[in-house]
Design a protein around this ligand. Sequence first.
Ligand code: IMP
Ligand code: MG
Length: 179
Amino acid sequence: MSKEWTTKKLIGAGEIARRVRELGAEINTHYGGEEVTVVMLLNGALYFTADLTRELTGKVKVEGLKVSSYHGGTNSTGKVDIDERSDLDLAGRHVLVVDDILDTGQTLATVTRALGQHSPRSLQTCVLLDKAVPRAEEFEADFVGFTIANQFVVGYGLDYQGYERNLPSIEVLEFVSPT
Ligand code: IMP
Ligand code: MG
């Protein structure tokens, strides 16, 4: 079946790669060689985390946490489900939560509250994109790749109904109106 949408490039693959290298360097400096447990929020942060963690030079563990906040369309439902595994070992560790995009703030606010219960040594957050929108929950990420305007984007892990995660660049989604 054909797609009911088109996409328009916003941030190209080369620009993403450059920024991810810079973020990696910032994160390496921040942790100064100490061990870090990276917790990626699935599925959106998959591609970003794969590239970012390959820039990290210290001892690194990578864990995944299944989180869903968008259920279908292009608007946040405000409800955040975390599939919190009981074997997550975060106590006393430097934890870096990685997500694709910070929008209403509800996902990262909910996740950091939940992970804070595990008594990590430190808890920081890193997002590839920060949407310049009023937050539903006050939240700022510690490491940010790019700040973008309030538009729905796909690619490099970000999806529309599960599609377009595999686009190498970040693109704006546009619906094709039936004629
Ligand atoms: P928040 O809870 O509203 O901050 O939303 C964060 C989550 O919503 C992200 O992890 C994404 O999964 C999803 N999201 C927010 N904006 C977009 C977008 O423009 N494209 C695709 N997913 C988005
Ligand atoms: Mg997500």
